[in-house]
Every structure is written in structure tokens, then in C-alpha cells.
Design a protein around this ligand. Sequence first.
Ligand code: HEM
Length: 177
Amino acid sequence: MGYDRISRILHWLTVVIVLTMIPAGLIMADTENRALQDILFIFHKNTGALLIVLLAIRLSWRVTHPAPPLPAAMPAAQKAAAKVSHFALYLLLVVMAVSGYVRVRAGGFPIEMLDALGVPSFVPRDEALAERAKSIHATAKFTLIFFIVLHIGAASYHGLIRRDGVFSRMWPPAGRA
Ligand code: HEM
């Protein structure tokens, strides 16, 4: 038995967004090409704002729709590792999304889509807060990337080597009809 259709769609939407936001963030923080940097900043901030909404929906869905059971034959230590790493991924996504938002808003910068919609900033202008959020954002990315690599590694192990049905709990993205 696998995850329901909504859980799968929310999961794969998150994958697409996060796996484009990470390279965009890394390049924009490093490049000296101003035109490219501007485009990536606009993409990263606005997609990040959408991701905050997506994460809120996803976490609410996850809390009210428990994960299907893992195979009985799976060792207890592996089940525990899966639980810890899934929790870490959710936590790190929230930390990245919130610190990114705070870095931008406390720094007094625009988030074009929210500004166009008339959504006000939820944090006050505060340079010290913006700097703290910036350093949290830049540090937490390493831990997030570590857990993403671990997660993809574990999914590939189950899908390609063990073939124990764990991979198909979340694949295909919209579930089977
Ligand atoms: C899960 C969500 C997010 C991920 C995975 C992510 C990832 C990243 C990464 C990898 C960097 C490069 C950091 C560096 O190398 O120093 C970065 C930078 C940045 N991100 Fe995000 N980000 C996320 C959400 C957001 C959000 C929601 C916003 C704002 C609305 C945002 C705004 C920024 C800004 C402004 C920078 C440049 C930091 C600076 O140097 O001032 N991010 N992000």
C-alpha cells in the first residue's frame, strides 16, 4: 500500500521546486553576472514564497494523513532511520523557507509576486535579523543537501536493489488509477 494521490503530488511538486531552487540559490550567491543574478533572485524569492504555501499545505496534509506502514520485513533500525531523516527533511525545508523569507523581508527587499498581490511583510525591517537569517540560510543548506542525498540514496536502494515495494509507495507521482 502506498501514499495517497494528494501526498504524492505534494511530494513531487516539492522535489521539482527544491531541486531547482538549490542550484539557483548557489549560482546567484556566487555569480558576478548581474543580469543572471537578478533573474535567479527573482525566481528564487518568488518560487520560495510559493514553496512556503506548499509546505504549509503539505505539513497539514501529512499530520492528518499518516504514512502507510513500511514492510514488516524491514529492519527496525532502517525504519527508525527513515523516520528521523523524513522528519529532518521537513524541518530543514521549513528552516530554509522561513530564514529565506526573513532574510529578504527584514532586509527590506521585494518579493515581487507578494508585493503585486498586496501581501504585507510579516517581519519588521531589521538589519541584524536579516544578517542572522542570511547566515542560518547559508549554513542550513549543507544539512539539507546532506539529507536530500541520503534520501535519494535510500529511495534508489529500495527501488533498484531491494525492490521491496518501498519506492512504489511514492512513485508514480500521481499514484495509480
Ligand atoms: C526550501 C527552500 C529554500 C531552499 C532549499 C533555498 C536554497 C538556497 C541556497 C542553496 C542558497 C545559496 C546560499 C549560499 O550559498 O550562501 C540560497 C540563497 C538565498 N535564498 Fe534561498 N532557499 C529556500 C527558500 C528561500 C526563500 C523562501 C527565500 C525568500 C523568499 C529565499 C531567499 C534567498 C536569498 C535572498 C538568498 C541569497 C542569500 C544572500 O546571500 O543574501 N530562499 N537559498
